[in-house]
Design a protein. Structure first.
Length: 426
């Protein structure tokens, strides 16, 4: 019979990978702690209406990328394609936004039906920040600084660029949208198929078209800057000032618009030239209208989502995972003979009581001294503990250094703890 394979674009994280992910996750946990953010864990499945209402009906995500299905009760459900909608839904449902601010983070799988390629998967992972209840540019700066600190912690701050833009107010966007459509309508014949499709549904998205001809056309198009309201302009200036103040460099990109409808004012992306086409590793911005749009009181909000798969790729590409990530055995415990095994199992439990956190693997499945030694070596352990008939009779354990000297010494059961403390890397 043929074997069943995983679904295209959805991959397994094997032990070698999972240690790397755990390393990245521990850095995420550290940096969110450093800024006083709390984790929120949300369902992977939500009502389809939630995403339609928040992300927007005519976005790529809702039009083409969602995994939507009727459940057994014929309710339309969707595997979450992003985290913000669910986070706002939960915050509203549990009253987290009543006269209070919130600083939240989440981590987990997201699902989009896309063409799988390097850095683009159908099940992928996002780490995201959402902060609620704060209107000023200070919190915009904070979420950007938090992301920058993570890049520094991970060691690739010098390989990423912060792109920054403001989308102004919804009134300004509506006016600009009209001006842009008026302009592009007279050049319809020069627009590619994608841009034509977006001309009336989502014209701002044309701004970040990758098509060269479209980009040339846009050089002469009306500029959003003329439609920017004063409040948004001041907000943006103050944000830039804060980033300057913190020594965070950025590139202004007036064509940066986001693929999700709920953004206004600040938008930003962190990009890298190390990953080919899938160059954005983190994207976010302000979405002051979304809470109200989902049935709450008007609540300012700003956040970002990081593409964790792409960050793992970047760390791999740049060789930035520490060498000892995945080292999970320090001590390999061998016992040759039935009585010896019984004793060793009991003894190993005592050692675990005495050394919480000791990375010790017990030989299972018996075997000769030689075959156990091979397994000990393969485990990556620094030392082997060995109990054979002689050792058991004399109430001793052999300690063998597996990595440097190869030296083997015999110690009494009662001295083992002291010896182990000396021999293990601190
Ligand atoms: P892209 O332009 O790459 O399709 P997007 O604008 O659709 O990105 P967002 O919805 O803003 O992406 O998601 C934030 C981040 O999540 C992206 O910058 C990227 O790093 C990551 N991401 C999005 N879609 C995928 C995917 N299919 N596979 C892996 N990572 C993804
Ligand atoms: Mg996309």
């Amino acid at each position: 019979m043929s074997q069943i394979q995983s679904i295209r674009g959805m991959y397994d994280l094997l032990p070698g990978d999972s240690y790397r992910w755990q390393y990245l996750e521990s850095k995420i946990k550290q940096v969110t702690d450093e800024y006083g953010y709390s984790e929120i864990r949300l369902p992977i499945v939500e009502q389809t209406a939630l995403f339609k209402r928040s992300i927007g009906e005519v976005t790529d995500i809702v039009e083409k990328e969602m995994y939507t299905f009727p459940d057994r009760n014929d309710e339309s459900l969707t595997l979450r394609p992003e985290g913000t909608a669910g986070c706002v839904r939960a915050a509203l449902q549990h009253g987290l936004l009543h006269n209070q601010t919130q600083r939240l983070w989440y981590f987990g799988p997201m699902f989009r039906y896309e063409k799988p390629q390097k850095g683009r998967n159908r099940q992928f992972y996002q780490f995201g920040i959402e902060s609620f209840g704060m209107t000023g540019p200070d919190i915009d700066a904070e979420v950007i600084l938090l992301s920058a600190r993570l890049w520094k912690q991970l060691g690739f701050f010098d390989h990423v660029t912060l792109e920054l833009n403001t989308l102004g107010s919804s009134e300004g966007r509506a006016k600009y949208r009209k001006a842009l459509v008026d302009y592009l309508e007279s050049y319809k014949d020069r627009l590619d198929e994608d841009s034509l499709r977006r001309l009336y549904s989502n014209p701002l998205r044309i701004l970040d078209s990758k098509n060269k001809k479209t980009q040339e056309l846009l050089d002469e198009a009306p500029k959003f800057d003329e439609f920017l309201d004063d409040e948004s302009r001041v907000h943006f200036e103050q944000l830039k000032q804060r980033l300057d103040n913190a020594g965070i460099r950025y590139v202004l990109n007036p064509r940066l618009v986001r693929g999700l409808d709920y953004y206004g004012k600040t938008v930003f992306e962190w990009t890298t030239d190390k990953l080919g086409a899938q160059s954005t590793i983190c994207a976010g911005g302000r979405y002051d209208g979304l809470v109200e749009q989902l049935g709450g009181k008007p609540t300012p909000a700003v956040g970002f989502a990081m593409g964790v798969d792409r960050i793992v790729l970047l760390l791999e590409t740049l060789g930035l995972f520490p060498a000892d990530v995945g080292h999970n055995v320090d001590v390999y415990f061998m016992a040759v003979g039935e009585q010896e095994e019984l004793f060793a199992q009991r003894f190993s439990e005592q050692l675990r009581d005495e050394f919480p956190g000791l990375k010790m693997q017990m030989n299972c499945g018996g075997g000769s001294f030689k075959s156990q030694m091979k397994k000990a070596d393969k485990s990556g352990a620094h030392i082997a503990l060995i109990i054979g008939a002689d050792e058991l009779a004399r109430q001793q354990v052999a300690i063998k250094d597996l990595r440097t000297t190869g030296e083997q010494i015999l110690v009494g059961f009662s001295e083992l703890a002291v010896q182990l403390k000396q021999k293990l890397p601190q």
